[in-house]
Write a protein that binds this ligand. Sequence first.
Ligand code: GLC
Ligand code: CA
Length: 576
Amino acid sequence: MGWPRGRGDRLILWLICAVFAPALLAFAAPQAVDSEGHQWWQHAVFYEIYPRSYADTNEDGIGDLNGITSKLDYLEQLGVDAIWISPCFPSPQVDFGYDVSDYENIDPMYGTLADFDRLAAEAKKRNIRIILDFVINHTSDRHPWFIDSRSSREAAHRNWYIYRDGKGPGQPPNNWQSTFGHSAWQFDPKTDQYYYHYFYMQQPDLNWRNAQVKSAMFDVSRWWYKRGVAGFRLDAVDTLFEDPALRDNPILPGTNKYGDPNMEDKYNKKLPEVHQVLRGLRQVADEYQAVLIGEAYTENIDELRQYYGTHNNELQMPMDFMFMKVDKLSAPEFRKQIAAVDTAGGWPVYVLGNHDNPRSYVRYGDGQHDEAIAKLMAALYLTLRGTPIMYYGEEIGMTNNDPQRKEDVKDPIGITGWPQEKGRDGERTPMQWSSTINAGFSRARPWLPVPDSYKTHNVATELAQNDSVLQFYRKILALRHQNPALLDGEYIPLKQDDPSILSYLRKYKDQTVLVVLNMSSEPHKSSFDLRPQGLPSAKAKTLVTANGAEAGPDLSHLSLEAFAIYIAEILPGEVQ
Ligand code: GLC
Ligand code: CA
């Protein structure tokens, strides 16, 4: 039997290939793993970019994709392996991109699909992968699906959203509240029904119980994978499903920052059905060897564990926000949280800040040792077992710049909630590139004001200083990329009763790294006996120190100034 020669035979062969090749490929190309079974994203450092605020090339005061492309060399030198770009799709920008009106295009204010392709190609040359932000709970009210849905009760897309009758004239279907303030139901006079929105009223929730919604959204993810995207950050996954019976949520004592009664989101959040959607999205992601990161705010480790999926078949990377919510420099609190995540059964994902929360620089800073503390926090989350996701500007010690007057607020929740809720503008200000006008972000007036600290805290100035926050990040990131213990090693906590000093080993085969972090403003002396860990010699080679850490010839005399950082390689020694 030879290869088929005739025309008909060729056709049959072609058909066989067309039908079976994708399946064969899926088998033939398993996820590339190293000897530890680790995939690329487990060794990568991710970096969140808020595109409005990164770099402006067309001088309208708003960042754009070409701006990101122009900074890829910077990102490469910093030591970033993947960038997550928060939504850059066409959008009326009510929630600055989290209200998407077309999932398969780029907002003209950010550029074009051709600009995106160029960004992707340039990033690829530098081994930087691109992660997009997938807003799956809701669309914009200007999305054609929603426009059609509200045109009549019989519209083709009516059931793509959640429309219900009110309880009576002027009364919404139930007591659910939007997390952005007031009722989650918006009356639509044309069809005399209410539609549901967990976020702004311009962000109507999609009906994930409708199979058409599911397949349309799965197709969107395919469309971008085919364009070279390496994965998605999934927005607000815990809000995908609502109780079909629309039971009222329990009311809690007191009022929230919008003046509404406090409420437990019992029937419109964290419904178990979400896991089935995540499994579906993961199946599609697996076809393209892509990674799914989740915005998953969880109360406890058990909830976090569920996002990995019972068979590790949901999110590879659910972010651990409980770590970010440890809002004080407390060694015991961080120790507890790290241990919990480290043993949760999946790969830990550590985050210090993002576009929804005040910057880590102000949350952990004490006003006196802010630089030292910024480095300490970097040393912490960049040396743990897991994948860190940085937030742009964190590496230069950017501070929050909250609006001082209500009329300056851009983020709508800051207008609704003023003055208790000032909105999220403060953590979204332009990246500080230099000490020139507008911090080198744009020659036009930036959409949000640059804080005064840009004169000292900017990329150009910090690159020229040896002891800047930026240089510290570069050092730690470089170390992390080439040190097997930091990449693959297990996490072994030490001195678990110490109230001020957080210390641990990262151990991989015969390589061990010791990390000692003084989380207090007091100097401390410390010593380490690592015999119980099977390391008899306790001779150490310093890898990185900062903020005044000194070690004697062995680990018996370690002196640590306020917020000192000591990272060393433990040298294998004679067994005594
Ligand atoms: C997520 C985003 C936030 C946005 C919300 C609604 O929490 O991070 O910025 O406002 O979802 O899409
Ligand atoms: Ca621009």
